[in-house]
Design a protein around this ligand. Structure first.
Ligand code: C2O
Ligand code: CU
Ligand code: CU
Length: 451
């Protein structure tokens, strides 16, 4: 729906059955009952309102990941939409740790997105305090694609040759239900690890909700918007045809790069997006190209296949210059802050020694300020995510993988990294957190407040 200045979308969050494994019905909690949820395809600069109606048995909050969003629509973990008509009252879960009042919307909430940001591959997912892991695992995730004129004017692959790919691992019980945590109590199933240390890992790789799918492609260039929507699994992705074939990275979390990067693999941590172009033109019909995961073993070493089925004419090219954005100058930073991501006691994870306490601000930047945040990582892997603004990674050539504008950076054990960010747009409460969803639920989050 549109009234001229605003486009309206309605999404119903509900319990549904999906046939994910052949012949078995999986119970999903999903946007409009489908997993992944409906893809929102929208224009930069165009205001949209998404009404989320909650027909699930638990409260929810919906976050637009990568969105430049006013605080009251950002999906704060205690900004809950309670189930339509009452249902189970789950709001008590949010209140035990902190003083921040739970903000409750009854049954439905309108999330407003001004979309004052460049074209990018965003996604939306549940963000409820302490329960983001299980909620996303059950299916509460979808793409939100933002387009703009600059990107449309480029001769990149478009239409049917532009495909978003949401990669996520899951485990299933014998009768086809999602297993969360994924550990097999008998220990008989190989490849599964107990939940709260590395996070919940599954032994089935889903792409857009289908296990190890095969995509039929024409012998042309394709643009794939890769999203790792897994709770905890990292992937090193290659396109393999008798060895890894070269491809081109054109974009990152926050949109197009300035210039394309030739690559043979990308390492994608949870919540990161890599926008890549793969050229199938030299393959004859019948050829299969396999997307492999160099960090997986057995069933998780393979992600999907592409089968070339036909010839087609290709008028796409990859321009040498893709986009423009301001490279932030470290000399302009008005503040440097330190954040240590560490294991806590028992099953907890901490930032600067503390588990998440809603309402406690770990930073108070002003709108327009440029700041440098030092991220110091303990002996585990932590994909570090910032709400509100995209950042740039200040690093050496080794971090070239993170070229471009990022909202999530997949940091590994022992790494120290600096990010630089300019806070823009909106006052209010936002978050810095680990996007390993089990780490996030076990405390590895911090609030910050922009004024
Ligand atoms: Cu995709 Cu705060 O998360
Ligand atoms: Cu986010
Ligand atoms: Cu973590």
């Amino acid at each position: 729906r549109s009234d001229g200045s605003t486009d309206y979308y309605d999404i119903v969050q509900k319990v549904a059955k999906a046939e994910i494994l052949p012949g078995l019905a999986t119970t999903v909690w999903a946007y409009n009952g489908i997993f992944p949820g409906p893809t929102i395809d929208s224009r930069s600069g165009r205001r949209i309102v998404v009404r989320h109606r909650n027909e699930l048995p638990v409260p929810t909050t919906t976050h637009l990941h990568g969105g430049h969003t006013p605080s009251d629509s950002d999906g704060y973990p205690l900004d809950l939409v309670t189930p339509v008509g009452g249902g189970q009252n789950g709001t008590s879960h949010g209140t035990h740790r902190g003083m921040t009042p739970v903000r409750v919307s009854d049954g439905a909430k309108d999330y407003t997105y001004p979309q004052d940001q460049r074209a990018a591959t965003l996604w939306y997912h549940d963000h409820r305090m302490d329960f983001t892991g299980p909620s996303v695992y059950r299916g509460l995730a979808g793409f939100h694609i933002l387009r703009d004129d600059e990107e449309d004017s480029l001769p990149l692959p478009k239409g049917e040759y532009e495909v978003p790919l949401m990669i996520a691992d899951r485990s299933f019980s014998e009768n086809g239900e999602f297993l969360y945590p994924a550990a097999d109590p008998t220990g008989a199933k190989p490849g599964l690890k107990e939940g709260y240390d590395v996070g919940v890992l599954g032994d089935v790789i889903l792409v857009n909700g289908a296990p190890w799918p095969i995509l039929e492609v024409a012998a042309v260039r394709y643009r794939f918007r890769l999203l790792n929507a897994s709770n905890a699994r990292r992937y090193r992705l290659t396109f393999d045809q008798k060895g890894a074939i070269p491809f081109v990275q054109i974009g990152s979390d926050g949109g197009l790069l300035k210039a394309p990067l030739r690559r043979t693999s990308v390492t994608v941590a949870p919540a990161e997006r890599y926008d890549v172009v793969v050229d199938f033109s030299k393959y004859r019909p019948g050829t299969e190209i396999t997307m492999l995961n160099g960090l997986g073993d057995d069933s998780t070493a393979q992600v999907m296949k592409f089968r070339v089925t036909r010839k087609a004419t290709d008028d796409s090219t990859i321009p040498a210059r893709l986009s423009q954005y301001e490279t932030l100058d470290p000399g302009k930073a008005v503040k440097t802050r330190d954040f240590a991501f560490e294991r806590g006691d028992e099953h907890s994870w901490t930032i600067n020694g503390e588990t998440y306490e809603p309402g406690k601000n770990f930073a108070t930047p002003r709108i327009g300020d440029v700041e440098i945040w030092n991220l110091d990582i303990d002996g585990a892997n932590h994909p570090v995510h910032l709400h509100l603004d995209q950042f740039q990674v200040l690093g050496d050539d080794e971090r070239k993988a993170d070229a471009g504008l990022k909202d999530t950076v997949g940091l590994t054990a022992g790494q120290k990294t600096r990010i630089i960010v300019k806070f823009t747009g909106y006052e209010g409460r936002y978050m810095l957190h680990c996007h390993n969803l089990e780490h996030e639920d076990m405390g590895m989050m911090a609030d910050y407040e922009v004024s």
